[in-house]
Design a protein around this ligand. Structure first.
Ligand code: ADP
Ligand code: MG
Length: 356
């Protein structure tokens, strides 16, 4: 292969760089919702309202009552690799959902974004980005917190738009994301509203996960949250789990084998509060139930592994849904032995009840 001219090496401009990064971070509406809700949680919100129209293709709005952003900092929040969450010295000491400073600039590169915010002691202000072009910071009206509105996702990249599934399927994915994060933060109130009705298409379906400030206990709060997300039946058939091994603690709820499902649809795993989809962990879950379930059944569980952040690397993938344990054997062993123990004990209790 012979080139007919000498290639020219160019430095890409910020808009191009953001579009490229956005390809990894924003795959579909649900990934935008995930980034925005995570930002709201990082901001200490106690209430998060998500509104979506047409499966998120025309509108995604996330409003929170968190700490907000000062007017001066608004442009920075929209610039690449700018974050308030780490100082860059220790990438293995991450306590927030975000740390890459990529979500907002990426979203601004693939949709029409407006960011309105009010920090304590400051006036509310707003800035817009469209096609990667940052507008001016303008005064706005907002009581507290932050509202991010993303319209016309992928309008400038028809190839991406074509890969999206039906509005219904995209809405389902958005709802799954909200549910996972709502499980991770049972003390935070969430609403998810489908505003497609305005454009004449969909209903105005609403899911609400109320925060219960009365219950201080995290186990109770989680149990209540799981009941509203996975259903009463799950909650009534779930065993409370609390086990520790070599610096990793596993808490949460695992369903009795009798409540198993035909598909692996009710398996929710979290590492240091972050929802993860991890083959190692789901494999361990399956192994734990091996003796209790027939091969075509799948366990249902919501399990939280917590450990010192230094024992796990979350900087594996831009979407941050994969993790790497320093000692994967410990995590696996904890899940397998912790669940087996709980299941055996429950079985033992059940059989002695029947016998008595
Ligand atoms: P990251 O979350 O990785 O820091 P983002 O691009 O998602 O990167 O956000 C950039 C910065 O903007 C955050 O570090 C935070 O300071 C600010 N920010 C974003 N969303 C919110 C929000 N909902 N409330 C308060 N601050 C926010
Ligand atoms: Mg973020």
């Amino acid at each position: 292969h012979i080139l007919d001219s000498q290639p020219v090496i160019r430095q890409l401009d910020d808009a191009a760089i953001n579009r490229i990064a956005a390809g990894e971070v924003v795959e579909r509406p649900a990934s935008a919702v995930k980034e925005l809700v995570e930002n709201a949680l990082d901001a200490g919100a106690t209430r998060i309202d998500v509104t979506v129209a047409d499966g998120g293709k025309t509108l995604i709005r996330v409003a929170d009552d968190g700490c907000g952003i000062t007017p001066e900092a608004l442009p920075l929040a929209l610039s690449r690799h700018a974050t308030s969450k780490i100082d860059g010295t220790d990438l293995l000491n991450i306590h927030s959902f975000g740390f890459r400073g990529e979500a907002l600039p990426s979203l601004g590169a693939v949709g029409r974004l407006s960011l309105t915010s009010r920090a304590k002691g400051h006036d509310a202000a707003e800035v817009r980005v469209s096609g990667g072009q940052l507008g001016e910071v303008k005064p706005a009206a907002l009581n507290k917190g932050t509202v991010v509105e993303l319209r016309d996702l992928f309008y400038a990249t028809p190839a991406r738009l074509k890969f999206l599934r039906t509005d219904r399927a995209e809405m389902q994915a958005v709802s799954d994301v909200v549910k996972r994060l709502a499980m991770a933060e049972p003390h935070v109130g969430f609403t998810l509203r489908d505003a497609s009705g305005a454009s004449g298409k969909g209903g105005d379906a609403r899911v609400t996960f109320r925060a219960d400030p009365e219950t201080g206990d995290l186990f109770d709060a989680l149990h209540g949250r799981l009941a509203s997300i996975l259903g009463r039946e799950f909650a009534e058939n779930a065993l409370a789990i609390d086990a520790t091994r070599d610096g990793i603690r596993m808490t949460g709820y695992a369903a009795l084998p009798t409540y198993s499902r035909g598909a692996a649809v009710a398996q929710f795993l979290f590492v240091n509060g972050r929802p993860v989809k991890d083959k190692l962990l789901t494999g361990a879950l399956r192994a734990a139930y091996f003796d209790f379930l027939s091969r075509d059944r799948h366990p249902a569980a919501a399990l939280f592994l917590d450990c010192d952040p230094h024992l796990v690397d979350v900087n594996v993938h831009p979407a941050k849904s994969e993790v790497r344990f320093r000692d994967p054997g410990t995590a696996r062993g904890l899940i397998v032995s912790g669940l087996r123990h709980a299941l055996a004990e429950a079985g033992h209790r059940a059989s002695t009840t029947v016998a008595g």
